[in-house]
Design a protein around this ligand. Structure first.
Ligand code: AMP
Length: 396
């Protein structure tokens, strides 16, 4: 636990108790799991969604069909919500700012504004002395040249806006590849970043309450496949010094942003133990899904608590755990429907989460599996085996 100033949320903390109505902007699986946590605690929970049959709208008490950049939609949504949160960073920051005039809105628009654009995010990290890979802005050919000179090769070019799961990113190995890479990204504003030869990727999820108190989950070890998170193991097999440093940095980010809510900081871990911040997500994160079963209070419960001005819950783990994502690939490999019977029958300790998405395709996050085990590595092996069985690879 750690105290800090809350520069962006001047509203006095008047707790909201059940059955108050909580609204989430964004309608994917993170919104779905937030709503489920809120409902378990007796709140009413709803969503602003562009369609009816979305992961969050399927489970919500109420849904406003509309868009976050339309005032009429926001009005209808705001009328139903006593407090507002977000499930992804690409929401309209002005919409959040408008909503915040009328009701608690957590995280605040400033946090989202910084995290939704890599140029602003990197500038924020640099300004606050938070370690990260060397980078340069790329908004014109002169800056492209300057980036190559300053950073060397290989480097990675990332669009400033709308990038996630490896979309809008190109690794560049040669000087002549750089203009081509920028063209492939539509010559959009980008950041160029030194390629980091990391030993591992880890993340810390931190919840910060309206009172400035914060709670961190243990460090998670993340493995990506084709730039999409494949698995998380918590706690990560890192020593106490790395763990402390990761927690301090994540808390520093949350405090510097003045965030109230849940935030994930993703890191590159170098072989010598140095940590570099890669990305900030101002919301619960895929690497924290296992906290639903493994932690005393899940990341989604913390989001509810922070939003409502309740004291944060205990982020401690009842047991180590592993999570593997179920991408649409599992459906494709299984020839249509995954073999849930084979996946679940062999190991009753496997928890299945499906997000209610109708159309599976490769790379689409359809659900995840969580396994708790005193041995975190065994938890991962069991979760991976269940996923292989679901995909129809029966020898798993
Ligand atoms: P991001 O969308 O920035 O989180 O990037 C997605 C994934 O791409 C990361 O989790 C890394 O596996 C990889 N990646 C991104 N930036 C770098 C970098 N500078 N050096 C090496 N790998 C990177």
């Amino acid at each position: 636990m750690n105290a800090g100033p809350d520069s962006f949320d001047p509203r006095p903390a008047r707790p909201l108790f059940p059955p108050a109505s909580l609204g989430v902007l964004g309608s994917g699986q993170l919104g779905r799991m937030f709503i489920q946590a809120a409902q378990r605690m007796g709140y009413r929970a709803g969503v602003l969604s562009e369609a009816e049959d979305t992961p969050a709208a399927q489970v919500a008490h109420w849904t406003v069909i509309g868009r976050d950049d339309r005032l009429a939609s926001l009005r209808a949504f705001g009328d139903q919500a006593d407090a507002v949160t977000v499930e992804f960073e690409n929401v309209s920051a002005p919409a959040l700012r408008w909503l915040a005039r009328h009701r608690p809105t957590r995280p605040g628009w400033q946090t989202v504004w910084v995290a939704q654009n890599r140029l602003r995010e990197k500038t924020f990290l640099s300004r606050h002395g938070i370690p990260h890979a060397p980078w340069r802005p790329v908004r014109n050919p002169a800056e492209l040249d300057e980036a190559r000179r300053a950073l060397g090769l290989p480097l990675i070019l990332k669009t400033a806006a709308s990038g996630y799961d490896g979309k809008g990113q190109v690794r560049v190995e040669s000087a002549d590849g750089l203009p081509r890479a920028w063209s492939d990204l539509g010559r959009a504003p980008c950041v160029a970043e030194t390629w980091v030869d990391f030993a591992a990727e880890v993340s810390v999820i931190v919840a910060r309450g309206a009172d400035g108190l914060a709670a961190c989950y243990p460090v998670g070890l993340n493995r990506h496949h084709r730039h999409i998170l494949d698995s998380t193991v918590m706690p990560a097999p890192v020593g106490p010094a790395v763990s402390q440093e990761a927690h301090d940095l994540a808390l520093g980010v949350a405090q510097a942003l003045g965030t109230v809510g849940v935030l994930c900081v993703e890191f590159f871990l170098a072989a010598d133990g140095r940590l570099l911040v890669n990305e900030i997500a101002p919301r619960p994160h895929n690497s924290g899904h296992l906290t639903i079963e493994a932690a005393v209070a899940s990341q989604f419960e913390q989001q509810v608590r922070a939003l409502c001005g309740l004291p944060l819950g205990d982020p401690g783990l009842a047991m180590p755990a592993a999570m593997v994502n179920l991408l649409g690939d599992v459906w494709v490999e299984a020839g249509g429907q995954p073999r849930w019977d084979a996946a679940l029958r062999a190991d009753p300790g496997v928890s299945l989460h499906l997000y209610g998405k109708r159309t599976p395709f490769r790379g689409r996050k359809m659900g995840h599996l969580t396994v708790l085990d005193p041995d975190p590595q065994l938890a991962l092996l069991r979760a991976q085996a269940a996923r292989r069985r679901a995909a129809g690879h029966n020898g798993a």
